[in-house]
Design a protein around this ligand. Structure first.
Ligand code: HEC
Ligand code: HEC
Length: 308
């Protein structure tokens, strides 16, 4: 606010209050004497006459009290132009205090959860309800409300992990963030090379592709891709290089999408949450994410038995 408007508002507000004081005193002076108790104002409606009686004292005092209240209020709180008030109150400080008091109330809950191991916490119903809320507020924009992901944002509700699905690895993905780097290989491979290696990638997942392209592509894969995606294409979690054989595609599994991934590269970024949420909330979220894939994990563990 410019200082002109600040002064304009200040002077106008104070002048208004002073005018009220003056008005009250003026009407007080004009109080008709006791003898004039039966004087009328001269107004009359349907034979009803209005007496000119003085305002009761207590009523006048109410006016004075509200004026004093107004002045004290304007001294303590912001109201007179850009004057901040003696208490230094602001919407921001009120909000910050409220956040702090909520934080004080909930911090013990999160720190209690933080002491439980992630797999155990993932079975704790009440904790998981809180986890779902946290996930909805902080993660769902990118990963979807159910963690199912969408183009460019990985599915974290399945048991296919780019950076690792052990509790500690999930926690680290959330706490410190992750940055995948798939280099653009269009230049190195040329159009034919991209065509061939993409055909080979299709077969990794069990899909059909032209025979001659595939055999050329396989050679290229071994020299250009295996270092990161592994010789068999199942990925390398230390590098965040995804499994290309499991049928889950962050950037889309059509031939076109795969060719684009190879030609132009991909740089996904998971933002670190340490600063935003703090370690205790991240611990709870790690447990929640872990719980999303519990179903698939259990099935995989049971598979060897069911095969017998
Ligand atoms: C701005 C979008 C965005 C938000 C918000 C976000 N993520 Fe992510 N997340 C990503 C991207 C993109 C990746 C993949 C990073 C890569 O390509 O290496 C990822 C990766 C992950 C991974 C690793 C997945 C794997 O397969 O190893 C986990 C776990 C994860 N996110 C959990 C979360 C949780 C929990 C939250 C909420 C606190 C969250 N994310 C919020 C974009 C986001
Ligand atoms: C330097 C390591 C590196 C090399 C070399 C590399 N990749 Fe990748 N690739 C990655 C990483 C890391 C990602 C994940 C990118 C992200 O998280 O955004 C990825 C992602 C992909 C994807 C997208 C997967 C999805 O889920 O949508 C495809 C397809 C792919 N790579 C194929 C290849 C092929 C084919 C080659 C060889 C021509 C290759 N990559 C070479 C590291 C590599």
């Amino acid at each position: 606010m410019s200082s002109f408007w600040s002064w304009y508002i200040t002077i106008l507000s104070l002048a208004n209050i002073l005018a009220c004081v003056w008005l009250i005193r003026w009407t007080e002076k004009k109080r008709p004497g006791e003898s004039a108790a039966h004087e009328t104002t001269g107004h009359s409606w349907d034979g009803l006459e209005e007496y000119n009686k003085p305002m009761p004292r207590w009523w006048l005092w109410l006016f004075y009290i509200s004026i004093v209240f107004g002045l004290i209020y304007l001294a303590l709180y912001p109201g007179l132009g850009s004057f901040k008030g003696l208490l230094g109150w602001s919407q921001y400080s009120a909000w910050a205090e409220e956040v702090e008091s909520v934080e004080e109330r909930v911090a013990p809950i999160f720190s209690r959860y933080a002491e439980m191991p992630i797999p155990e916490l993932a079975e704790h119903e009440e904790a998981m309800r809180t986890g779902r809320r946290l996930f909805g507020n902080n993660c769902a924009v990118c990963h979807g409300a159910d963690g199912g992901g969408r183009i460019g944002f990985p599915n974290i509700a399945n048991n296919s992990w780019q950076w690792g699905g052990e509790p500690e690895e999930i926690r680290q993905s959330i706490l410190e963030g992750r940055r995948g780097n798939m280099p653009a290989l269009g230049g190195a491979l040329g159009d034919d090379g991209v065509e061939e290696v993409a055909a080979y990638v299709m077969t990794l997942e069990g899909r059909d592709a032209p025979e001659d392209l595939v055999s050329q592509g396989q050679e290229r894969f071994e020299t250009q891709c295996a270092a990161c995606h592994g010789p068999d294409g199942t990925g390398r979690q230390q590098l965040g290089a995804p499994d290309l054989t499991d049928g889950y595609w962050t950037y889309g599994g059509t031939l076109e999408a795969i060719k684009t991934s190879i030609r132009e590269g991909r740089q996904g970024e998971m933002p670190a949450q340490e600063e935003l949420l703090g370690e205790d909330r991240v611990h709870l979220l790690a447990a929640y994410v872990y719980s999303l894939s519990a179903h698939e994990r259990d099935n995989e563990e049971e598979e060897p038995d069911s095969d017998e």
